[in-house]
Design a protein around this ligand. Structure first.
Ligand code: GLU
Length: 449
């Protein structure tokens, strides 16, 4: 059943027609349009500027061939993407994803979400996203480097610190950013530090950027709990995933006195009665580059691994989906609610399906959408750009303090906007409207472009 305002239905119909087959993009647009009916009622003038129609259409979409040679001497062909979605607030900003599932629809959903997320940070950054269907799993370091160089050889002509500033996402971490920055520098003959974020500390990266998405998520959850006079202390937390976002979310949960019961990879999940051992997770994932199934053997007692299945069967007070889109379904939401979950915070982008979100909201579970709760990563990317522009480098404490302030302000902005639009406690509505209004006001000021 559609909850779209009748004035916005034609906008959605046109998006579906024009972007046929792009299911994730449709899902992301529908969710935002469901929130905007109340904005149209309050600001009838937005319609005459076609602001909603314009925000749904990317400013530019680039698709390119990425040819490279593997270790066996075979030529491999992948497809590269960059969707430069909206630059009303600043240069396009958003990560690059390397995963076999990447296609234009996935990149557009991510780019669309990024517009609102970046607006919520309050920083001067527009929205974009990129990626490739390249599968890094099992590739040697030399193959990763040659792929990153081939990808950047084409992408570099579309980038610039005032134009478009990529970062990492799934499959793209510090190593890949380093190889891409190196290739950009070689091709342009410019040490343009602010053209990529998530860089290593020795060549212009920011302290706390690696930790920022996971830490920021837990700061956001802390703020939500505080509205009910509660804290993370003693809470049982389940975190899906075991990548960068999940690892640092688990780290901050432990710092705040919570206990992480389980985490996962794409093959299965581990449950640890004594709380997940983070150093061991980092060792398995980042040093050995192995699967989580190794965890129980290396941990000794108290832990077991479940192949397949769903991590959302593990009872918890707080659920933090930090793996990928649509990983938490309506069925999982029903299980979580039955087990008494009270807060769900999205560390990944759009990890909960629409029916899961609706179930949480109608059953009194506090729910934080990714575009608000995981904005700490890109916010710290904007702090990295700020340090690069001033040729400065901040301490970890200063950077983390700025991150904590930004997360508090995003939380308060979403909560206040939900109140203003008569939907108290609805962080989805609050995030969509607060993000949209900031971008829409800028677009209106800039004229029809
Ligand atoms: N890929 C991250 C996100 O989804 C970070 C983007 C960035 O730092 O530019 O927000």
């Amino acid at each position: 059943m559609s909850k779209i305002d009748e004035k916005l239905q034609p906008v959605l119909d046109e998006v579906l027609r024009r972007n046929a087959g792009e299911a994730e993009f449709h899902q992301a647009v529908r969710e935002v349009l469901e929130s905007l009916g109340r904005v149209v009622a309050k600001h009838p003038d937005y319609a005459s500027h076609a602001l909603i129609e314009r925000i749904c259409e990317p400013e530019r979409q680039i698709i390119f061939r990425v040819p490279w040679v593997d270790d066996a001497g075979q030529v491999q062909i992948n497809r590269g993407f960059r969707v430069q979605f909206n630059s009303a607030l600043g240069p396009y900003k958003g990560g690059i994803r390397f995963h076999p599932s990447v296609n234009l629809g996935i990149v557009k959903f991510l780019g669309f979400e990024q517009i609102f997320k970046n607006a919520l940070t309050g920083m001067p950054i527009g929205g974009g996203k990129g990626g490739s269907d390249f599968n890094p799993r099992g590739r040697s370091d030399g193959e990763i480097m040659r792929f990153c160089q081939a990808f950047m050889t084409e992408l570099q002509r579309h980038l610039g610190e005032y134009t478009d500033v990529p970062a990492g996402d799934i499959g793209v971490g510090g190593r890949e950013i380093g190889y891409m920055f190196g290739q950009y520098k070689r091709l342009t003959n410019r040490y343009e530090a602010g053209v990529l974020t998530g860089k290593g500390l020795v060549y212009g990266g920011s302290r706390a950027r690696t930790e920022a998405t996971g830490f920021g998520l837990v700061y956001f959850v802390q703020q939500m709990l505080a509205t009910k006079g509660a804290t993370l202390d003693g809470k049982r937390v389940v975190v899906s995933g075991s990548g960068n976002v999940a690892v640092y979310a688990m780290d901050k949960v432990h710092q705040f006195g919570g206990k992480v019961m389980a985490c996962s990879d794409s093959n299965g999940y581990v449950v640890d009665e004594n709380g997940i051992d983070l150093d061991l997770i980092k060792e398995i994932k980042e040093v050995r580059r192995e699967r989580l199934s190794e965890y129980p053997r290396l941990r000794g007692t108290g832990a077991h691994y479940i192949e397949g299945g769903t991590i959302w069967d593990v009872p918890c007070d707080i659920a933090l989906p930090c793996a990928t889109q649509n990983e938490l379904t309506g069925k999982d939401a029903t299980t979580l609610i039955g087990n008494g979950v009270s807060v769900v915070g999205e560390g990944a982008n759009m990890p909960s399906t629409p029916d899961a979100v609706e179930l949480f909201q109608t059953n009194g579970v506090m729910f934080a959408p990714g575009k608000a709760a995981n904005a700490g990563g890109v916010a710290t990317s904007a702090l990295e750009m700020q340090q690069n522009a001033s040729r400065d480098s901040w301490t970890f404490d200063k950077t983390e303090q700025r991150l904590a302030e930004i997360m508090r302000s995003i939380h308060d902005n979403c909560a206040a906007t939900a109140d203003e639009y008569s939907a108290p406690g609805n962080y989805v509505l609050g995030a969509n409207i607060a993000g949209f209004v900031r971008v829409a006001e800028a677009m209106r000021s800039l004229g029809v472009i």
